[in-house]
Design a protein around this ligand. Structure first.
Ligand SMILES: [Zn+2]
Length: 475
């Protein structure tokens, strides 16, 4: 078992805050720089610890449907950080959530001999560092679908077809919401504003839903990628009748229209469901914070290399204190630790390690550790009172990643701290909804009693002193 929280800055590449204008160059660039580009289906997977026992990786075996660029004589294996080995589950905020049966375009770079992941590099690949490096094309279980409201994915796919000169077999067009042709109709739903990952019940009213659910589905906007809608036969449906569906708001549902699909035909609500916040859950079960450091909760250790970025250390410390002040989360800042670390792919990446709670329920987890890694290749702004349109606000990214360490998931509200992306020149603060979300998680954890893990303790002493504007100190 590993012991420590770690914040470090590493050399990794970033393509972020892109504009629509440079899209074509980026796809071209991505195709050229990738070793192979394939349309493929995931046919197998297995997870393992990396060579330093720091991170769990999952190797997804890809069955090539259409080779688009480069050449591989065997089925390539895509390595993604995150996975489950024994009783430890590592979840990585930036890794796409893939399952067997998923199809997509994969832009891959060969894993070199100089890696800290695996001695065996044979046919192992990583995703190219770009937001185009994986494009979801569908799955067998109708789990996710592109909602592609701006035709962005369509354009990207035609560009790939143009450059590669090949036809993509499972090319998707933006889904047609055939509300005109559908016999079902959503007339409304209550409540209009919900929270996700908290077991909230949603009632959808309408007509033509059928008396039984059978193959019918309800779809929501995906918090991790608002360009997608997602559904699952595992959704917790409480009741289903011809005029009413009652269900638990699924974790990772985000603000957007609700869709009911009957016989393959979708009908969407006229109004959007608003999701205020999204608590990270596993299989509809809360994840608990525990007293990991015997001082009430968790200790963050900053990597020594943070000091080489002027202002970064102060921002990280202030951000940690900011969250402590906002939600009473039992965190403290410990000494510096220089632990070797493998790189991430984006601005900021939070890896959280969940440990089986040891109860009779294998889906019950507690938070064991969080690793947060920032790119040092980014044009960071370490003083956001003076941010330029070219810079990325470091403080906003730190607060966001700490939000994940707090077990807060993404939301689809562009100005919210927990939106999945951050544009250049923009700043965000914690915000009232995330304060409520954090308090919800802290309260759940305070009520958690276990034979194996100690319950968190809240330090009621004076909040740490620090100065940032727009904090929400509610202690
Ligand atoms: Zn995130």
């Amino acid at each position: 078992m590993r012991e420590f929280f770690l914040i470090s800055i590493l050399v990794i590449q970033v393509v972020f805050g892109f504009s629509q204008n440079n899209k074509k160059t980026s796809i071209q660039d991505c195709l050229l720089k990738s070793d192979i580009v394939v349309e493929a289906e995931i046919v197998g997977n297995h997870s393992f610890w990396d060579l330093q026992h720091r991170n769990i990786y999952t190797a997804f075996e890809l069955k090539i449907i259409t080779p688009l660029a480069g050449y591989s004589d065997k089925n390539p294996k895509l390595l993604l950080k995150g996975g489950k080995v024994d009783d430890i589950l590592q979840i990585v905020s930036t890794s796409p959530k893939l399952e067997i049966g998923d199809k997509g375009i994969f832009m891959l770079q060969k894993l070199t001999g100089q890696n800290k992941i695996s001695i065996n590099t044979d046919n192992f690949y990583l995703l190219h560092n770009s937001e185009y490096s994986f494009i979801f094309l569908g799955d067998e279980n109708q789990r996710v679908e592109s909602a592609d409201l701006n035709g962005f994915i369509d354009d990207t796919l035609s560009e790939i077809e143009r450059i590669s000169g090949k036809k993509i077999k499972n090319n998707i067009s933006a889904p047609v919401l055939k509300s005109a042709k559908s016999t079902q109709n959503i007339t409304g739903f209550t409540p209009k504003t919900v929270t996700a990952g908290t077991g909230t019940t949603l009632t959808i009213n309408g007509e033509g839903f059928g008396n039984l659910q059978e193959e019918s589905l309800v779809w929501f906007t995906n918090a991790d990628n608002p360009y997608q809608i997602f559904s699952n036969s595992d959704f917790k449906i409480l009741s289903w009748s011809n005029t009413q569906i009652q269900m638990v708001v699924p974790p990772e549902a985000a603000t957007g229209k609700i869709i009911v699909e009957i016989d393959g035909v979708k009908a969407e609500s006229s109004e959007k469901l608003t999701v205020k916040y999204n608590v990270i859950q596993q299989n509809y079960k809360p994840v608990y914070l525990t007293n990991k450091n015997n001082k009430g909760g968790y200790t963050f250790h900053l990597h020594g290399n943070v000091s080489s970025f002027s202002g970064a250390k102060e921002i990280i410390e202030t951000s940690i204190k900011n969250w402590i002040c906002a939600t009473s989360v039992p965190w403290e800042i410990g000494n510096t630790l220089n632990i070797e670390h493998s790189g991430g792919e984006t601005l900021g990446q939070a890896s959280y390690f969940l440990e089986s709670a040891g109860s009779s329920d294998p889906n019950e987890y507690v938070l064991s550790e969080v690793d947060i890694v920032f790119s040092n290749a980014e044009n960071w702004c370490f003083d956001n009172s003076n941010i330029s349109q070219q810079q990325i606000d470091f403080a906003s990214v730190v607060l966001h990643e700490l939000g994940h360490a707090h077990l807060i998931g993404h939301v689809n509200e562009i100005n919210d701290l927990m939106h999945f992306s951050l544009s250049n020149g923009k700043t965000r603060d914690v915000g009232q909804n995330n304060v409520l979300c954090g308090e919800y998680i802290v309260n759940k954890s305070l009520a958690y009693k276990s034979n194996y893990f100690e319950t968190i303790k809240i330090n009621n002493s004076t909040p740490p002193t620090f100065s940032v504007i727009k904090i929400h100190c509610i202690q």
